[in-house]
Design a protein around this ligand. Structure first.
Ligand code: PMP
Length: 377
């Protein structure tokens, strides 16, 4: 059976390997591996959906429903004290749709894009299919997880076309400073390169002023946003991109080539939601949970990096543990599933000796999971 060499080269992700083993276990296993939020979906959807379904589905305009674009522009402008025009908003199939289209827009086969390490593993998934490479830049806890501008300039100087930023960050929960984003945008102007800013966790920043890279440098940034995390609407596959003026027509063309226009049903659901000013309580919910987890980890003597946003938590593994992947597999036998550091890449100065906990189970289950983890350690 012939398939393309690019498809044949794709490998299952480490997270997938862990969840495949976890799926074979019974309900007693505490699943701290998956990032599907447990914060309830908006109850308003129970009202909205029957009407949406009754109206029927249709092919929506490539850039998205005009009224949804208008509402999203308004919402973003209010949240980040900026002035986003509806023509800059393009509706996408989740944050993933926005990120993939931005990569395809900026990077040719043979070129490279810079992604963070540690970082979300899916940033590596489109390159093999479109024939471009990913190179990494480090996020160092010793520098409060801010990228090193010299390292980024070096990458741009040697041909890297775009840099992917992610704030708040999966897996570290760190956030980028506005100053750092502005400095990277300056480098982009100098080298004619681009920022692709993954902001799917923007509504879950606990401390400091929330930052939108698009608001800071609308000429050099495409940003990706999502209903998956703020509203727990992961299965609707709905999100949007903010796109610089000169690219607002070309971006939907790329989107169309990659995956067609996003579901009209999901767009109508999203429109119903944002039209009714439903604001999500996800930030407070996860901030309180993170505070409780800090206490539990401290009581158990487990070291972790304190996050400033998201529902993720990185814990450090002692040196004698060895390989994080093997340890994560063995943890499943101890009744708790986590994701090993090897899935996200090295933390400068620390390597892959860490695990990511996804705090998307009830507080009781998380507490049980942390106790099992402490016993195993
Ligand atoms: N970016 C990051 C950092 C993520 O963690 C995720 C989902 N886990 C996504 C993007 C994709 O989210 P979605 O496509 O559901 O909006």
């Amino acid at each position: 059976m012939h398939i393309s060499s690019r498809a044949a080269a794709l490998r299952y992700s480490t997270i997938r390997q862990i969840s495949e083993k976890a799926n074979t276990c019974g309900p007693d296993l505490v699943r701290l591996d998956i990032g599907d939020p447990d914060y309830p979906e908006p109850t308003l959807l129970n009202q909205i959906m029957p009407e949406v379904v009754a109206k029927g589905s249709f092919y929506a305009p490539t850039a998205g429903l005009p009224e949804l674009r208008r509402r999203l522009a308004l919402r973003h402008s209010e949240a980040f004290c900026c002035d986003v025009s509806p023509s800059s908003v393009v509706v996408t199939a989740g944050g993933t749709g926005a990120l993939n289209a931005a990569e395809a827009l900026f990077v040719d086969a043979g070129d490279s894009i810079a992604i963070p390490t540690p970082g979300y593993p899916n940033y590596r998934s489109l390159g093999p299919l479109l024939g471009f490479r990913t190179v990494t830049y480090g996020l160092d806890p010793a520098r409060d997880w801010q990228p090193d501008l010299n390292e980024i300039e070096q990458l741009f100087a040697t041909g890297t076309c775009a840099i992917l930023l992610n704030s708040p960050h999966n897996p570290a929960g760190c956030v980028l400073d506005a100053k750092t984003i502005l400095e990277i945008a300056d480098l982009c102007r100098r080298y004619d390169t681009w920022i692709i800013s993954d902001e799917v966790y923007a509504a879950m920043q606990f401390t400091g002023t929330p930052v939108s890279a698009f608001a800071l440098a609308p000429d050099r940034v495409i940003s990706a946003h999502s209903f998956s995390k703020e509203f727990s609407m992961t299965g609707y596959r709905i999100g949007y991109a903010l796109v610089p003026d000169g690219l607002a027509e070309r971006f939907p063309m790329v989107l169309m080539g990659l995956m067609g226009s996003p579901s009209s049903i999901s767009q109508c659901a999203a429109l119903g939601l944002v039209s009714n000013e439903e604001s999500s309580g996800a930030r407070t919910f996860y901030q309180q949970r993170q505070a409780r987890v800090s206490e539990l980890l401290a009581e158990a003597g487990i070291e972790s990096w304190e996050p400033k946003g998201t529902f993720y938590r990185l814990i450090r593994l002692p040196e004698q543990i060895g390989d994080s992947f093997d340890f994560a597999l063995r943890l499943i036998d101890h009744g708790v599933a986590t994701v090993p550091g090897v899935a996200f890449g090295e933390i400068p100065g620390f390597g892959e000796r860490y695990l990511r906990l996804s705090l998307t189970q009830s507080n009781e289950r998380i507490e049980a999971g942390i106790h099992r983890l402490a016993d195993a350690l």
